[in-house]
Ligand binder design. Structure first.
Ligand SMILES: Nc1ncnc2c1ncn2[C@@H]1O[C@H](COP(=O)(O)OP(=O)(O)O)[C@@H](O)[C@H]1O
Ligand SMILES: [Mg+2]
Length: 240
């Protein structure tokens, strides 16, 4: 397994945003992580990447215990993520934003730029490389966020609602992009509200609700699960 979270809990005061979550991501898979707003998906990603420290539990990446490791250390080991709210440097060019991601691997700025140009081509942003990031629309911003993560040459990529706000056509293009990234050998964990995305990309899905895992299985299995249906309808309990 590439990522292993064991009994991860993240509490903010008395409130557990993630409550005893154990999730394994196998190398080469695309795992879907779904759940209603506030279920703890982004917080869980933050615990995996080290953007938040866990209250209890452990995180292993590629066989290494990274529970207390800084985000940069985890990134160096090959763990990359996109942010639900992108960390874009607005006045910098698209290329420079991606070059920052590439600097993790290349200490020479010229090599980092070359790497960034290559990644921008791959995500379809090549022609916009020299434009200021702030000139990008929603689809461009989403791609820039993915490019920044890819520039760090990850083994695993965590996508946090990387397709939110896209039109159906843009979503289909983004699905193709994720397929290509996966085809290039990168393991993917994808958080997405659009079920079409999850169904077309993931063979395995984990469902969170109120910080806890309530179901796992194929997309078909989990979407038919009464606990999952109830969670999305906002009810706390359902009799099965
Ligand atoms: N820094 C924080 N401090 C306090 N509560 C937080 C913090 N971050 C997230 N939460 C709460 O944790 C819960 C899970 O949030 P989040 O992980 O963003 O959910 P999701 O990504 O599934 O929508 C929410 O109730 C949210 O308000
Ligand atoms: Mg979220």
């Amino acid at each position: 397994m590439l990522i292993e979270a064991r009994s991860v809990t993240k509490a903010f005061g008395a409130f557990k945003a993630v409550d005893d979550a154990s999730v394994v991501v196998e190398e080469g898979e695309i795992l879907g992580l779904i759940g209603p707003n506030g279920a703890g998906k982004s917080t869980f990603f933050n615990c995996l990447t080290g953007d938040l420290s866990v209250t209890s539990g452990s995180v292993h990446f590629d066989g290494i215990d990274v529970t207390r490791a800084a985000p940069e250390h985890r990134a160096r080991l090959g763990l990359a993520r996109t942010f639900q709210v992108p960390l874009t440097f607005e006045s910098m060019s698209v290329l420079d934003n991606v070059t920052i991601g590439a600097l993790l691997r290349h200490h020479n700025a010229r090599d980092a730029r070359t790497r960034a140009r290559d990644v921008l081509q791959r995500v379809g942003l090549g022609p916009l490389s020299d434009a200021p990031a702030k000139s990008l629309g929603t689809p461009g911003r989403k791609r820039l966020e993915i490019a920044r993560a890819l520039a760090s040459e990850p083994k695993a990529l965590l996508l946090d609602e990387a397709m939110a706000g896209l039109t159906p056509t843009e979503v289909r293009e983004a699905i193709e992009l994720v397929r290509r990234i996966h085809g290039g050998g990168i393991t993917i964990v994808i958080v997405e509200h659009i079920m079409e995305v999850i169904v077309s990309l993931a063979r395995k899905v984990v469902v969170f609700h109120q910080g806890r895992e309530i179901a796992r299985g194929t997309p078909r299995e989990v979407t038919g699960d009464p606990h999952v249906i109830a969670a999305y309808l906002g009810r706390r309990k359902v009799r099965t």
